[in-house]
Structures are given as C-alpha cells and as structure tokens.
Design a protein. Sequence first.
Length: 60
Amino acid sequence: MAHVVEERCHLCRRCLAQRVCRIRAIMRIDEDETPVVDVHRCRGCLLCATECPYDAIVSV
Ligand code: SF4
Ligand code: SF4
C-alpha cells in the first residue's frame, strides 16, 4: 500500500496525490498536516505516488 513520508511532504495547498485517488483513501485534516493513507481503503495502485511532485509517497 501507499505511505506518505512526512519528511518529504511539502504540505502543498492542494495535494495532487489526494485528488487523484478515486476511492479517497488519502485523508487530510487541514493544510498544515501531512496527508495520511487509510490502510483499510488503499488498494495499492500507487497512482498517488506518480502524481506527488516531491516523491513523498512510497510503497510499503
Ligand atoms: S502532493 Fe505530495 S508533497 Fe504535496 S501534499 Fe500531497 S503528498 Fe505532500
Ligand atoms: S495507492 Fe491508489 S488507492 Fe492507495 S492511496 Fe494511492 S491512489 Fe489511493
């Protein structure tokens, strides 16, 4: 599944990775927080990883 590496995340105003996930497995409380992948929803397609401009999403 996908995992957001907090140290690499640039806290983009609009998280492209979050937007591309159709099943909404990426959660974010507000712009000051790193998005989090919901382990129960994520299907491991890694589309989000290809969209993140900072390579902050990895496969775990
Ligand atoms: S696109 Fe990547 S770097 Fe930007 S907020 Fe989302 S996970 Fe973080
Ligand atoms: S790997 Fe696929 S299902 Fe999981 S968070 Fe990324 S886009 Fe969504």
